[in-house]
Design a protein around this ligand. Structure first.
Ligand code: JCF
Length: 324
């Protein structure tokens, strides 16, 4: 007969596994009713033995009580924004500037290409695999502490799914509100005579800046990771794409449209392909993000005053207000 603590730990492990399957892989193996049964079993055990409750338990997603204000967080590594291009020629000029700065002829530079989600950039810090802090990008140097709100977002793991987590790992990503959640939110707001949001990005921003996590929890936000900031006690893969796959393997959600493109033609093909898919992705994007895949090259290229030399956002032409 396993001890009470073993039963609790076993239930937590099972629930984390099913959260990962459902929220990150989109491949649930049990019906929601079974997940709820396990969740309530854990909740009951923890309620009858509160001394065993830990902050990283799946039951601890919603913060205790609302905050009265947000504290500030200084980013140890600045969160920079991206330079933009708006047509093929400008993109090709971007690539040429890169090639002029790299010694060898880089005819076929490999780019890691992804849709540019239209949400809010955040920083999420894991220490020894446990989510300890989350912050908005803010002005790039200082952001707001939104840890309690981020903990309520279902596809963000409270604990990394790995047996040997890095001492410190800062995940950077975009938090967004899918179209379905946005429509439901505005429908309910209308029904209650409350104000509606103009677009999913504003709705996500408003939902993250809630002082009461119980409100944030109802907003069905999602994260897609796009990079790594602080990384201590771990040897990172040496390409951007492999780093994203590594995050994904530990339970961090990554956008499934991301792919590697060798050379300008393939990148432009990716851009047009995402533009075609845009109307039915189920969430707002405002372009693509194209990054030199090789980390050593990224480091060689460095940053211009405010943005990396090694990455560019190739935006879509401005569209009349998105009718979601
Ligand atoms: C470096 C950087 C900065 C902002 C970003 C923003 C997005 C985005 N909005 O999806 C994706 C990225 O790969 C980004 N990468």
């Amino acid at each position: 007969q396993p001890s009470l603590q073993q039963q609790i730990e076993e239930l937590r492990k099972t629930l984390r596994h099913h959260e990962y399957l459902y929220h990150v892989l989109d491949t649930p193996e049990i019906p929601d009713s079974e997940y709820d049964r396990l969740f309530h079993q854990l909740k009951a055990l923890e309620n009858s033995h509160p001394e065993f409750i830990t902050a990283d338990s799946p039951t601890q997603r919603v913060g205790a009580k609302p905050l009265t204000s947000f504290s500030q967080i200084k980013h140890e590594i600045p969160m920079l924004s991206l330079d933009n291009v708006f047509n093929d020629d400008e993109f090709m000029a971007f690539v040429k500037r890169i090639q002029d700065r790299l010694p060898f002829s880089t005819e076929n530079l490999t780019f890691c290409c992804e849709p540019k989600l239209d949400g809010l950039a955040v920083s999420i810090l894991y220490e020894n695999g446990k989510l300890v802090r989350a912050a908005t990008r803010g002005d790039g140097q200082t952001g707001e502490d939104i840890t309690a709100n981020v903990r309520t977002i279902r596809n963000i793991p409270l604990q990394l799914l790995t047996d040997n987590p890095p001492a410190r790992l800062e995940v950077r990503g975009e938090i967004f509100m899918p179209h379905q959640a946005f429509e439901n939110l505005n429908e309910m707001a209308l029904a209650k005579g409350e104000k509606t949001f103009a677009n999913p990005r504003n709705a996500a921003a408003g939902s993250l800046r809630q002082l009461d996590p119980k409100v944030t929890r109802q907003r069905h936000l999602m994260l897609n990771a796009y990079g790594i900031g602080i990384a201590e006690g771990v040897l990172l893969p040496d390409t951007h794409y492999d780093r994203l796959q590594w995050l994904h393997s530990m339970g961090i959600p990554v956008n499934k449209e991301i792919e590697l493109c060798g050379g300008i033609e393939q990148v432009l093909k990716f851009y047009r392909n995402i533009q075609e898919k845009r109307p039915h992705l189920g969430y707002d994007i405002d372009g693509t993000v194209l990054k030199v895949n090789d980390i050593a090259l990224q480091e060689k290229l460095g940053f211009i005053s405010k943005a990396p030399r090694w990455a560019i956002a190739y935006k879509f032409p401005a569209q009349e207000e998105l009718t979601v």
